[in-house]
Structure formats: C-alpha cells, structure tokens
Design a protein around this ligand. Structure first.
Ligand SMILES: NC(=O)c1ccc[n+]([C@@H]2O[C@H](COP(=O)([O-])OP(=O)(O)OC[C@H]3O[C@@H](n4cnc5c(N)ncnc54)[C@H](O)[C@@H]3O)[C@@H](O)[C@H]2O)c1
Length: 258
C-alpha cells in the first residue's frame, strides 16, 4: 500500500486527488492538509479533517508520497520544509522557474528523496507535447495558444512553457513573423519564448486547453488537447505516486516516468 497525503485537499485538484486515492486498491489516504482545518467528506461517507500545517501533517501521518496541488507562490516554501523529512513529493502545482527547479533537485538529493514536478498530468497533454516536438522538425514556425479558467493565477501555463522548451530543443531559436512587425496594441503578439509566441486566454468555462499551431508553405497543422474535466489528470497522478518510489532527485515532466 502506498500511503498518500494530499496537500491542498480543499481545492479543485486536491479534492479530485482525494477521491482518486480512495478509489485505488494499492493506495491509502493517510492524511489531508490545506491552509484551513476543516472536515472533508470522503467517497465512503466518512470524514477526515484537514491539517492546517503541512509539516505537522507529514510528521503525524508519515506518508510515502505527498501530493501537492496548492499555489505557485507557496509550493517552494512547502517543499523546503517537507523535503528534509524525506517524504517523496508528487507536485502538480505550477509556476516553477528554472532556478526553483534546480533548488528542488538539490534539496531532493540532499535529503535522499525524490520529487516529481509535472506541469501537466494529463496523458493527452504529454502526447501533445511529444507530437509537437516531432512536428517542429518539419514545421519550425509555431505559436502556442493555451486556454484556462479565469481562477488560474500564473500565465503562461506550465504546459505551454514545457511545450515551448521541447520545441526549442528541436529547432533552437527562430525569429518568427515579419522582421518589421510592429505591435500597435501592447503585447498583442503574446509572450516570446525562443522566438515562438505564447498566448494565454483566461475565461470561465475552460478547464485547460492548448493548441499548438504550426505554419508551413501553403498549410497549417494544429495539435490540440482539450480536457473536459479534472479527472483527466488522475491516471497521471496515480502513475506518478507509484513510479516515484524508487527514484531520486527531481523528475520534471510526467513523460520521464512513462
Ligand atoms: N499539473 C497539472 O496537471 C495541473 C492541473 C490542474 C491544475 N494545476 C495547478 O495546480 C494548482 C492548484 O490548482 P487548483 O485549481 O486545485 O487550485 P485551488 O485554488 O482550487 O486549490 C488550491 C488549494 O491550495 C490551498 N492552499 C493554499 N495555500 C496553501 C498552503 N500554504 N498549504 C496548503 N494548502 C494551501 C488552498 O486553500 C486551496 O484549497 C495550480 O497551481 C494549478 O495551476 C496543475
């Protein structure tokens, strides 16, 4: 049995993870934590009260894995406190920078543990990124449009950044568009990563869609991923919890465990 603590259990993703862990035969939900202490009703009708202190939750419940879906501005603070306790972490919270990822790797090695940071746990998104990197070999001109609900705090999404990084590994820097292009409305061409443009849409109604559009001579190619509910992330989270047990250091991206 893999003992799991869910941090951010009162949130949208945390709540979904709680349900999934309870449904898994090889997993046991040993604790839930959030910033509030509140009774949480589990799928079998029983209740579990959230710890309002993540470190206390890890110490009291001794999980094999802590799953974290909290906030971009708190996740590093949490990891700095819990990794010295040796707990393995499966992190879905977005907003990491190359610098913070490096720190996570160092902390995990120092405390002989492992952290999976996956900007996107949906298998469809992982495949989309792989296909996008493949397509970039033939279509180096590319723009990314990511569309999320309007409660999302960070932009662009971690998935868009990861997609752009994987494409950049294939085609390098490429200045796109007209050399004399002028923006008459500030930022209308989106963010620039390695010369490719990323556009972030934030509207109620979306979960987390992404389109990668490639332009070639006389044709375009679009690769899209459209999750319809947060359930799409759960197979990836479960896989992460199972496969991280014999790992060390930082694993960045679910594809590394597939
Ligand atoms: N990797 C993925 O596949 C994936 C998918 C969807 C969302 N996300 C990311 O997951 C994160 C959470 O998304 P959400 O939609 O569930 O957000 P949410 O706002 O619904 O939930 C976040 C929860 O974290 C709690 N929280 C805040 N600070 C905390 C702290 N210091 N300690 C413990 N809990 C704390 C909040 O009270 C809340 O319950 C975001 O960063 C989002 O971008 C990742």
């Amino acid at each position: 049995m893999i003992k799991v603590l869910v941090n951010g259990a009162l949130g949208r993703m945390g709540g979904e993870v709680v349900k999934q862990v309870c449904a898994e035969k090889e997993m046991e939900l040993v604790g839930v934590s959030d910033i509030f202490s509140k009774p949480l009703t589990l799928p079998d009708g029983s209740t579990m009260t959230t710890y309002s202190d993540t470190v206390a939750a890890v110490k009291a419940t001794k999980p094999d894995v802590m799953v974290d879906f909290t906030r971009p501005d708190v996740v590093m603070v949490t990891l700095r406190k819990v990794l010295p306790l040796g707990v393995r972490c499966v992190v879905g919270t977005t907003g990491f920078t190359p610098h913070s990822l490096e720190e996570v790797d160092q902390l995990a090695h120092k405390h002989d543990t492992a952290v999976l940071v996956a900007p996107n746990f949906s298998l469809g998104a992982v495949v989309m990124i792989k296909l996008a990197a493949e397509a970039a070999k033939y279509f180096p001109n590319v723009e990314i449009i990511e569309k999320h609900h309007d409660k999302k705090l960070d932009a662009p999404s971690g998935t868009a950044i990861l997609t752009a990084q994987k494409i950049a590994e294939v085609r390098g820097y490429l200045r796109q568009g007209h050399v004399n292009e002028i923006e008459t409305l500030r930022n209308v061409r989106g963010g620039d990563m390695q010369g490719m443009r990323i556009h972030s849409v934030r509207l109620p109604g979306y979960v987390a869609s992404q389109e990668v559009i490639f332009g070639g001579q006389g044709e375009t190619l679009r690769i899209c991923n459209d999750p319809v509910s947060r359930e799409c992330y759960m197979p990836g989270v479960v896989l992460g919890c199972k496969r991280i047990l014999d790992k060390k250091g930082l694993i960045y991206g679910l594809d590394k465990l597939l």
